[in-house]
Design a protein around this ligand. Structure first.
Ligand code: F6R
Length: 364
């Protein structure tokens, strides 16, 4: 049932504040300022390496997690798409945690990779949205997302719920490794607990984004740029746009532009820049200015301060709530989802069932 919404995708975008809160509830104890995964710290303390494997949008959630796990837990992380991991003869050492992320829990490549890692002696953790799925059954550690059934083929609420679980996992691993003070843990829990309200704040810009969609809908190509944990959001924005609106889109690490893709820049290619306030803001803005200096038309997604500082020569700006950099990837998922959604509606494509795609990819 779509309720008041025109499409399942729109309904699922709007469910995010509630389902992310639901998901966080089972991994945080806000009153004690603690993260609480369903595994004793002693079972995590000897993990020496994390390997993250997934496909598509779930893979991008994994890319964000790589930043968090390395930063908080100081454990080396390798990450790969499942279809590559399975066949590249990966090195599996003792003390390895293999982490699989999947909405459906049935994606054939990811499931095959899970079995491969298990056979290689890795401890297997899964972040899945379907608790009865094959991956859930075969895991040593099951970390469910509580997004509820996702019907739209383009993943939205499953993604932000995956991020919520992965942030809690990173913090819990950090504590188990003795890398997190009580004060730091309390702070992380507080920032995560603020995410649902911030997601609501981000949804308030829906109408503005809908208007902006008309400017993007005529483009043949669109670029998305981000840095650090918001670089995977650029990839996710581009994936969402191409899969439901059929506009060619690419995501890049903002600093990579000058190594090639900047040659594509002209006034016909809108460039969406994701730049929340934080330690990487100035660098991202300087990459954005390189684009503008070559005639590129920029849509800047930032918070009030960021837009006040750098929004002047932009084609358009989208104002997000000002949030701690930790939760920015969750919050900035909303405008990229909404932009793709509205562009697809303008173009009249089948939003919930885009051509050539299936919700669950059960063949390799
Ligand atoms: C994109 C999308 C796909 C899936 C991918 C993995 O919107 O939905 O890229 O993310 O097929 O699916 P799961 O997460 O079920 O393994």
């Amino acid at each position: 049932d779509k309720g008041n919404h025109r499409h399942f995708m729109q309904k699922e975008i709007y469910e995010q504040p509630v389902v992310v809160a639901q998901t966080l509830q089972s991994y945080l104890r806000p009153l004690d300022g603690k993260v609480a995964l369903p595994i004793p710290d002693s079972d995590l303390a000897d993990i020496r390496r994390v390997t993250i494997v997934a496909c598509g949008t779930s893979f991008y959630a994994g890319m964000v997690a790589q930043y968090w796990i390395e930063r908080f837990a100081r454990v080396p992380v390798e990450i790969d798409v499942a279809s590559e991991y399975r066949y590249r003869d990966p090195v599996m050492e003792e003390g390895g945690l293999a982490l699989f992320i999947s909405q459906s829990g049935e994606t054939a490549d990811t499931l095959a990779a899970l079995r491969h890692a298990k056979a290689g002696g890795q401890k297997v953790a899964v972040v899945v949205n379907v608790p009865t799925s094959s991956m859930a059954r075969e895991a040593d550690l099951l970390l469910p997302t509580h997004a509820g059934p996702e019907i739209g083929v383009a993943s939205t609420k499953a993604f932000t719920c995956q991020l919520a679980v992965l942030a809690a996992l990173a913090a819990n691993l950090a504590r188990a490794k003795g890398r997190l003070s009580e004060e730091e843990e309390r702070r992380i829990v507080r920032h995560l607990a603020e995410a649902p309200a911030a997601l609501n704040g981000a949804l308030a810009y829906d109408e503005m984004i809908e208007k902006m969609a008309h400017m993007i809908a005529g483009a043949r190509d669109v670029l998305y740029l981000g840095r650090g944990p918001d670089y995977p959001l650029a990839l996710e924005g581009a994936l969402k746009l191409k899969e439901i609106s059929y506009i060619h889109a690419e995501g890049y690490a903002a600093g990579e532009m000058k190594h090639g893709p900047i040659a594509l820049i002209d006034e016909a290619v809108p460039v969406i820049v994701l730049a929340p306030s934080g330690p990487l803001f100035e660098k991202t803005v300087s990459n954005m200015q390189e684009v503008q200096a070559r005639g590129g038309r920029v849509v800047l997604i930032s918070d009030y301060d960021g837009i006040a500082q750098a929004g002047d020569n932009c084609l358009a700006t989208i104002t997000m709530p000002k949030v701690h950099p930790l939760i920015a990837p969750l919050v900035y998922a909303i405008p990229v989802q909404l932009l793709a959604y509205h562009v697809a509606v303008v173009k009249g494509t089948d939003v919930d069932q885009p051509r050539n795609l299936a919700k669950s990819v059960t063949v390799e």
